[in-house]
Design a protein around this ligand. Structure first.
Ligand code: ZN
Length: 317
């Protein structure tokens, strides 16, 4: 029966929602540009939206925020967020000051998405899963034994996009070798699509003639569904590093489900089938037989839901 307001603070926008008794009763999106006084400005907007919807801002059970960046959730601090330009930012303290509420939940955005997908999307079944979000980068998180995985050393695990030596084609901006992010992210897929389109004499090439370098995945979704061979070739190759990291997770932790979210996941079952086909090259038969890859079910508000559900669980509502 919890009432709450939560923010999913991403690189370009903040997706905000008011919850009452497990329902979204009001929501709004706020641009993260300009960055100055960002939380303060979100706070002002929230009060206006609350007023219009007859929500008593001073009577919320808790508030929460998911932040794109490295988060110390126990301390309620953002260690750093490149996208927001925050370093050692006391986000919990700021939220309390702005929203006049002592009960504040702080999570990294990928962990929030993981918890949202598991608790709201999957109704907390199965007990273990790993989520990959394919967007500008590749984020993700895991649930193990019904708990969100925070790690036991750094407390920072939500960076499946980096490290690992899963490819040797494109250098990642983070400086490590073989990150999956430059290839398996939506940005990586789009870069490859454009490279392929430039030399394609088929429908992909024709699409490129019309759209040029402004061609995005959604613009070729129809070609993907029609199994255009150039488009399928690009995706098959892009999914290889992702299939490799899935293989490591499956062989080591034997999680029951792999959930794929982010823009490209809207391509649905054909995309999951292609990923599964790629995974056949990397996953042992006994594991492969039970490999369960599904599409994320929550879209825009997954992070906001994640913080709400996590707050409810942690604060015992
Ligand atoms: Zn990297």
């Amino acid at each position: 029966m919890a009432k709450a307001f939560t923010i999913d603070l991403g690189a370009t926008s903040a997706k905000c929602a008011f919850f009452d008794n497990d329902k979204v009763i009001a929501k709004f999106t706020f641009s993260t540009n300009p960055r100055e006084n960002l939380l303060e400005n979100i706070g002002k907007e929230a009060r206006e939206v609350a007023e219009k919807n007859n929500i008593d801002m001073d009577n919320l059970d808790f508030i929460g925020i998911a932040v794109c960046g490295i988060v110390d959730n126990a301390e309620g601090k953002v260690i750093y967020s490149t996208n927001l330009g925050w370093r050692d930012y006391p986000v919990k303290e700021e939220m309390t000051r702005i929203f006049k509420n002592e009960k504040v939940v702080v999570l990294n955005d990928a962990k929030a998405a993981t918890f949202g997908e598991w608790s709201k999307g999957l109704k907390k079944v199965p007990d273990s899963m790993a989520l990959f979000t394919i967007g500008t980068g590749v984020g993700g998180g895991a649930i193990f034994n019904g708990r969100l995985v925070f790690g036991d050393n750094t407390g920072l695990p939500s960076e499946p996009g980096h490290g690992g030596g899963f490819q040797d084609e494109i250098q990642c901006g983070c400086g490590l070798k073989g990150c999956i992010e430059p290839i398996s992210s939506a940005s990586g897929i789009e870069r490859e699509l454009i490279a392929k389109a430039k030399v394609s004499t088929g429908p992909l090439g024709e699409r490129y003639q019309k759209l040029g370098d402004n061609m995005h995945i959604k613009d070729i979704a129809d070609l993907f569904q029609e199994k255009d061979k150039d488009v399928i070739a690009v995706f098959y190759k892009a999914l290889e590093p992702l299939a490799k990291i899935i293989s490591v997770i499956i062989h080591f932790f034997d999680v029951s489900m792999i959930v794929i979210g982010g823009g490209p996941s809207n391509l649905g079952k054909p995309l999951l089938d292609l990923l599964k086909k790629q995974a056949a090259n990397y996953v042992l038969p006994d594991f492969y037989e039970r490999l369960n890859i599904v599409q994320a079910s929550l879209s825009d508000l997954v992070g906001a839901w994640g913080v709400y559900e996590y707050g409810k669980a942690e604060l015992k509502f």
